[in-house]
Design a protein around this ligand. Structure first.
Ligand code: SAM
Length: 242
């Protein structure tokens, strides 16, 4: 298990749905984002969600008529996805997202990598390899959609403490520590128990991937790319395979 996968499985995954506002709000937010993208998701369409988590985007895409392959390295999040999807056609696959081509039986109409998942890749080579595989696997005219947070400009001092969510029982705060090509993300979780408050801290690395660099990589890899504002301060690159 990579350090990132370990962080998710043992620290973030158990609280991820709470962090996203609970199932109803999270799936509604995912549905709104999918509708804004206006992808061709009718019956017969096939899409892939890379780093799908509990299915925030995968489940709404299936509800819109697509058959969805949802890839994630967290068994716990995939179990949650399976509980939330009901009878919707979402096939959860536990694997590294870079291995997605081996799980496809047809050329997909769209490949999504949402919610800053791309920055979880280990290095620039892995990002280039993902763009290459997306271009190779998509049908002509198919969409590759990536949403990411641009960490290229470092936050300074107190700005590096980011409150994520809090209620009576739990508080999640993020602390960012910048390195040359990556950022160490420390997730600080306070939880109220019968014996009082507990604190657990765990960290993982994200890539400092500049949006402009990724856009250029996609263009040189055979995509026409549109840049737009995503949700929660993320940037969205919507690419069509030429
Ligand atoms: C920030 S979450 C985003 C989840 C979802 N896409 C969303 O928008 O809510 C990143 C997800 O990617 C998964 N992940 C991270 N690195 C991965 C990898 N190399 N292969 C597969 N899944 C990965 C994590 O387990 C987690 O579910």
């Amino acid at each position: 298990m990579t350090a990132c996968a370990d962080h998710y499985e043992h620290h973030l995954a158990p609280v991820y749905l709470w962090m996203a506002g609970g199932p109803q709000a999270a799936l509604q937010a995912g549905r709104a984002e999918i509708e804004a993208l206006a992808l061709p998701l009718g019956p017969g369409s096939c899409v892939v969600d890379l780093g799908a988590g509990f299915g925030m985007h995968a489940i709404p895409m299936a509800q819109a008529g697509a058959s969805v392959v949802a890839i994630d390295s967290s068994p716990l999040l995939l179990r949650t996805l399976d509980e939330l999807r009901g009878a919707e056609p979402v096939r959860g696959v536990c694997d590294d997202l870079l291995a997605f081509p081996i799980h496809l039986t047809e050329a997909p109409d769209a490949i999504l990598c949402m919610g800053d998942t791309i920055t979880h890749l280990p290095d620039a080579g892995a990002v280039a390899s993902l763009v290459q595989s997306a271009a190779a696997m998509l049908r002509r005219g198919g969409s590759f959609v990536v949403s990411l947070r641009d960490y290229s400009e470092p936050l300074l001092g107190d700005q590096r403490f980011i409150p994520v969510r809090g209620d009576d029982m739990r508080l999640l705060t993020c602390f960012l520590e910048y390195e040359a090509t990556s950022v160490l993300v420390h997730d600080i979780l306070h939880e109220r128990t019968a014996d009082g408050w507990t604190t657990r801290v765990s960290h993982y690395r994200k890539l400092r991937l500049a949006t402009g660099e990724l856009l250029a990589l996609m263009e040189s890899g055979g995509f026409e790319v549109r840049r737009e504002a995503g949700v929660r301060g993320l940037v969205r690159l919507v690419a069509a395979r030429r």
